[in-house]
Design a protein around this ligand. Structure first.
Ligand SMILES: Cc1ncc(COP(=O)(O)O)c(C=O)c1O
Length: 248
């Protein structure tokens, strides 16, 4: 992999989500992150992992990049840092980046910078992750989520793709727009809250990390019922890919 569109050594940084989430949980192949890291090293570019969605256990590891044995220079994070109970984002930098600021002023003054209430929520959230071993729970339930999503795909007509890693999964379903509107109603009727995107044809599942086996199975089977009501039943023609991410 090389950076060909920009001039030699003119790229300051590459920023990537370890698993692009809102675009439909696009789990990259194993060689992808190491190749990006090598290209950044060759060009002198920093590698930034946007862990806002994948950080704090969502994919079954503390940070998503850890699935691929690479070390980014900078990590951005937010959501899971406080589980949303307080608004807080953070930037984590590698030692070699931090050293630069030993004698260079980082002049940024944000109104709520290091807000004590938000930081207290983060400290307590990180403690709970540890006390309740929630990252391990996400790793353990990853194959269960995959198995259940594969089962949903097998119930649907047409082509359905399944992608997941830890407790982040997606169905990509080929269906007309009207059927996606029906899906929204069917999900609401079952009190299921998902990120469904008719334009991309994706339905993203990201349950809380404290979910139990039974709750996860109940929820994804409810999604299957809603999807069958919206898209119709199929079976034989359905295609479930298990190429990327967790195996069932
Ligand atoms: C991967 C990713 N990066 C960045 C953001 C934006 O983060 P924030 O709302 O904390 O600025 C989001 C928000 O949903 C996200 O999912």
């Amino acid at each position: 992999m090389t950076m060909t569109l920009e001039g030699a050594r003119s790229v300051a940084a590459v920023i990537l989500e370890p698993v692009p989430g809102a675009n439909g949980v696009l789990v990259p192949p194993p060689e992808y992150w190491p190749m990006v890291r090598a290209a950044c090293d060759a060009e002198g570019a920093l590698l930034i992992a946007d862990e806002v969605l994948t950080g704090f256990g969502r994919t079954g590891k503390a940070f998503g990049y850890q699935h691929w044995s690479v070390t980014p220079d900078i990590i951005t994070c937010a959501k899971g840092l406080t589980s949303g109970y307080q608004p807080l984002g953070a930037v984590i930098v590698h030692d070699r980046v931090a050293r630069y600021f030993d004698d260079h002023l980082l002049a940024c003054g944000l109104t709520y910078y290091a807000h004590p209430t938000a930081c207290a929520a983060a400290v307590e959230t990180l403690k709970l992750y540890d006390d309740e071993q929630l990252f391990a729970n996400a790793a353990r339930l990853g194959p269960v989520l995959r198995r259940e999503l594969d089962a949903v795909a097998a119930r649907l007509p047409g082509r359905t793709f399944v992608r997941s890693l830890g407790l982040l999964g997606a169905l990509e379903i080929e269906a007309p727009a009207a059927a996606w509107t029906r899906l929204g109603h069917e999900l609401a009727a079952r009190k299921l809250s998902l990120h469904d995107d008719a334009r991309r044809g994706t339905c993203v599942v990201a349950p809380p990390l404290c979910i139990t086996d039974d709750e996860l199975v109940y929820g994804v089977r409810g999604l299957g019922d809603a999807a069958v009501a919206a898209f119709g039943a199929g079976g034989a023609a359905a295609t479930a890919t298990t190429a990327a991410g967790d195996a069932p």
